[in-house]
Design a protein around this ligand. Structure first.
Ligand code: DP6
Length: 330
């Protein structure tokens, strides 16, 4: 099914740019990863996933209606060429909302996280853009619909519409109207995420082409949907019971399993750098010494550490440059 057909079901026929709008959306880190699509046009996943949103780390997006017949896209203070990849993705996404009407915008996005370094800035970017479009076009859509629209920009963006723990229900429908983020109403004060930046540079293979290559070429991928489903229930249980060891172990194993499917693709896909492996070994060593710390990784070389507030100071001695986020306070 085409994205435009789905949009017809969610949006009023005629929309008008009413005003400028500005929105923030947080980045999110998946504890059970989204890896593989059953529909590439609509970004419908093969498996359900679960993430935690990163509080103040994310994207601010401002929309200003312009007279020109083309969108003007700015990223972190710099105007992008209309042909640039990000600029095209943004404009194609806005096409879904404007359809055949003359509604063009100056789009200013600022990320306070490194762009394209596996820290999910496209998730927060599309979520913030969706929220800003909802305001600028006075759409007044419910959160589930906004999540569905954001998903069509980038799959993981459907989770960035919400704070705290968020599940992306995979859904069954062909039009994807049942595939969106759902906020879990469980908080976990003291739950910490630490960002270990190995390399903030742009990665060679983005998640989109990486997951497609994995689905098409890795035999190992066949085991992924089952593992993801089992991990999702363990994570739900860990969150309900506040069982940190179960959460950490499940998230780390889930990330490594996803990376195993990437490595087993052809041509092989290895996002790790020597410093990534060194950081993993440091985590394993600290755990052997009794520290409750785990990691997860996305399609990039950086690690995200999972730990609890009481261990923060000790951990900072081993990872002095760690940027830490406590999504639920402490
Ligand atoms: C490894 O959401 O960036 O971060 O839907 O093609 O835009 P597209 O992919 P994207 O993939 C994110 C993959 C991941 C895991 C996750 O966030 O669940």
């Amino acid at each position: 099914m085409k994205r435009t057909e789905v949009v017809e079901r969610l949006l009023p026929k005629v929309v008008k740019a009413s005003a400028s709008a500005e929105h923030f959306a947080p980045s999110n880190i998946a504890l059970c990863k989204y890896w593989g699509k059953r529909d590439r046009e609509l970004n419908l996943p093969i498996n359900a996933s679960l993430s935690v949103s990163l509080d103040y780390l994310g994207s601010h997006t401002r929309l200003i209606p312009v007279e020109a017949q083309v969108d003007e896209v700015w990223l972190n203070g710099q105007q992008l060429q209309p042909g640039a990849k990000f600029s095209q993705k943004v404009s194609e996404f806005i096409d879904l909302f404007r359809r055949d009407q003359d509604l063009y915008f100056r789009v200013e996005t600022r990320n306070n996280i490194p762009t394209a370094a596996g820290l999910a800035s496209s998730a927060s970017g599309f979520a913030a853009l969706t929220l800003a479009l909802n305001d600028a076009l006075a759409l007044d859509l419910p959160p589930e619909h906004l999540s569905i629209l954001a998903r069509m920009g980038s799959g993981s963006a459907c989770r960035s519409l919400f704070t705290g723990f968020v599940e992306w229900e995979m859904g069954q429908r062909e039009d994807g109207l049942d595939s969106h983020g759902v906020q879990l109403d469980q908080a976990w004060p003291g739950f910490c995420i630490g960002l270990v930046e190995v390399d903030a540079g742009e990665k060679a293979t983005d998640s989109r082409s990486g997951m497609q290559r994995t689905v098409e070429t890795a035999h190992l991928y066949q085991s992924w949907p089952l593992q993801a489903a089992a991990d999702l229930s363990k994570l739900q249980q860990a969150i309900t019971e506040r069982d940190f060891a179960l959460l950490g172990q499940t998230a780390e194993q889930n990330a490594l399993s996803m990376h195993a499917t990437m490595i087993a693709s052809w041509p092989p896909l290895l996002y790790w750098q020597p410093e990534s492996v060194a950081a993993m070994q440091k985590v394993w060593q600290l755990r052997e010494q009794g520290l409750q710390v785990y990691f997860t990784m996305d399609a990039g070389p950086n690690l995200k550490l999972l730990f609890q507030h009481e261990d923060r100071d000790t951990l900072l001695q081993h990872f002095p440059n760690l940027e830490t986020v406590e999504p639920f306070g402490h």
